[in-house]
Design a binder for this molecule. Structure first.
Ligand SMILES: [Fe+2]
Ligand SMILES: [Fe+2]
Length: 203
């Protein structure tokens, strides 16, 4: 497996762990516990900056662009589905950030909105990651010649270097660990959202 694919699969692992923590927070809210508004802001920031800018950014700017050169259009087929799912996720993350930016304790409507955003985002991104791990990335590896995959490794490395100049990526990983400490849970519970019957046969 190429270095960039391996790295993106490791990023998926971290994203899944934080999705599980977000679900744990939403479950506590649904059970009537009050949660600090800052925690909602922190989840929003992790998904905006790490999952989206760092990870989806790399897929969209580097991997998907390379896939287009080898027969995967961006406006139909699997890449188009992935792009649409990135956009759908952004909408829910904006919802979390909007509430996180407010002041005072979360009111009833805001609590419900956080639960709603989490209930959309968690299965969406979890299912998305399963599709990429089990279908899209293997398809990319088999369609793109190995010399081109090596160029993609370099290009992804350059992307990460650029992102590290704009964002505190190490700080975002610490934020993820902190969120998992605040809302510990077992990410394996998310397997219920697999929803990808073709994944295993395609893998
Ligand atoms: Fe993606
Ligand atoms: Fe991904």
């Amino acid at each position: 497996m190429n270095q960039c694919i391996e790295l993106m699969m490791r990023e998926h692992e971290l994203i899944v762990e934080v999705l599980a923590s977000l679900q744990a927070m939403a479950e506590k809210l649904a059970a009537g516990s009050q949660m600090p508004r800052q925690d909602v802001a922190d989840f929003g920031r992790f998904f905006r900056d790490f999952a989206d800018k760092c990870h989806h950014g790399k897929e969209e700017d580097r991997l998907f662009v390379k896939m287009r050169q080898f027969g995967f259009p961006q406006d139909s087929g699997p890449v188009a589905v992935m792009l649409a799912e990135h956009d759908a996720g952004r909408q829910e993350v904006r919802g979390l950030l909007g509430i996180g930016a407010g002041a005072g304790p979360l009111n009833e409507a805001e609590r419900e909105r956080v639960i709603e955003c989490a209930s959309q985002l968690v299965p969406l991104l979890y299912g998305h990651i399963q599709k990429e791990n089990n279908i899209l990335y293997p398809m990319a590896q088999s369609a793109i010649p190995s010399a081109e995959m090596e160029r993609l490794d370099e290009s992804c490395e350059a992307f990460d270097e650029q992102i590290r100049g704009q964002l505190d990526v190490a700080g975002l990983k610490k934020l993820a660990a902190e969120l998992m400490r605040r809302y510990p849970t077992d990410p394996a519970q998310l397997a219920v959202y697999g929803g990808c019957g073709a994944c295993h046969s395609a893998a």
